[in-house]
Design a binder for this molecule. Structure first.
Ligand code: DAK
Length: 262
């Protein structure tokens, strides 16, 4: 399928969505969100896809936020539609059964930091910049920034970033726990792909189970969260990949995970 606002491609078991509006620093519009939703339909209907990477076209920006030139003219109903579309996208990314890596190759501001946070983890180039600068526009983060950011970095740091609107470097973002790893810009893609391939070789169900346990359990009390883990653990043990992994260990060979249901 052809897309206007993104580039969608697959490389082996890895699917890649590139935000593709480099002249506007890949700012997000409702059409971008619709294109991503269609690409996610493709991802979900292709069981050979084991990992998804999000990145930005060009060398300047991952996503510089929501498209301010469009947003400024939105009616309240259009704003509501945009809001619903963005929140649905974030929850859909978290609900995907495969890992999603944000490969942040430049500015990730406002909606850019927010879509990166809805991924499972973030790798960034050493020249990337993060921030929630909405306060400078007289608004606040509207795509989960006030909610996902404190969960990742703690309340105080999240409040400081949302209240000052300050931009921070990739290294600072790593120090506060927003970013997992920082690479020189010319190595970011190679390193992200290396990790994606490591993940693609793991069992499909155990990857999904880790994602479910951590995302669902995070908002629950410890006892309820451990209950989520118990259920996911039992499902993995009963899955063909679970049997294969343990049998391979006992037979002193590499596991061959098929990701099948029976
Ligand atoms: N929207 C539209 N265009 C943008 C843009 C944006 N967010 N960011 C950059 N551009 C455009 C610029 O206007 C410029 O276009 P031309 O003038 O060439 O036509 C082009 O990209 C290049 O940008 P600059 O010339 O400004 O490049 P610089 O290197 O000088 O500066 C910059 C780069 C990233 C520091 C700067 O462009 C900048 O400050 N951009 C705005 C960053 C920002 O404030 N981001 C937050 C946007 S607000 C919601 C959900 C979510 C949101 C809202 C509502 N609901 C649920 C309802 C999210 C809001 C946001 O993300």
């Amino acid at each position: 399928m052809a897309y206007e606002n993104i580039i969608f491609e697959t490389e082996g078991n890895v699917a890649v969505i590139k935000f593709n509006r480099p002249k506007a620093l890949n700012a997000i519009s409702i059409d971008v969100v619709k294109d991503i939703q269609k690409a996610l339909d493709e991802v979900e209907s292709n069981s050979s896809v084991r990992v998804l990477i999000l990145t930005g076209e060009g060398d300047k920006a991952f996503v510089a936020g929501a498209d301010i030139s469009l947003m400024v003219n939105f009616t309240p109903l259009q704003l509501r539609e945009f809001s619903v579309a963005l929140h649905e996208l974030g929850f859909r990314m978290e609900g995907l059964s495969i890992p999603v890596i944000a490969c942040v190759n430049g500015f990730a501001l406002g909606g850019g930091t927010e879509i990166a946070m809805a991924s499972d983890f973030i790798y960034a180039s050493d020249d990337a910049k993060f921030g929630q600068p909405e306060i400078n526009l007289g608004i606040i983060p509207g795509f989960g920034g006030t909610q996902r950011l404190p969960r990742l970095v703690g309340k105080g740091v999240a409040k400081e970033l949302c209240m000052t609107g300050a931009l921070i470097s990739a290294q600072e973002a790593k120090e506060i726990g927003l970013v997992n790893k920082v690479f020189p810009a010319d190595k970011l893609w190679e390193e992200t792909m290396k990790t994606a391939k490591v993940l693609a070789a793991k069992g499909r169900f155990s990857l999904m189970a880790v994602k479910r346990c951590i995302d669902r359990g995070y908002d629950l009390d410890l006892r309820a969260a451990c209950g989520v883990e118990t259920d996911q653990f039992a499902l993995c043990m009963a899955s063909p990949d679970g049997k294969e992994g343990m049998t391979a260990f006992l037979e002193k060979r590499k596991p061959d995970f098929k990701g099948e249901l029976t």
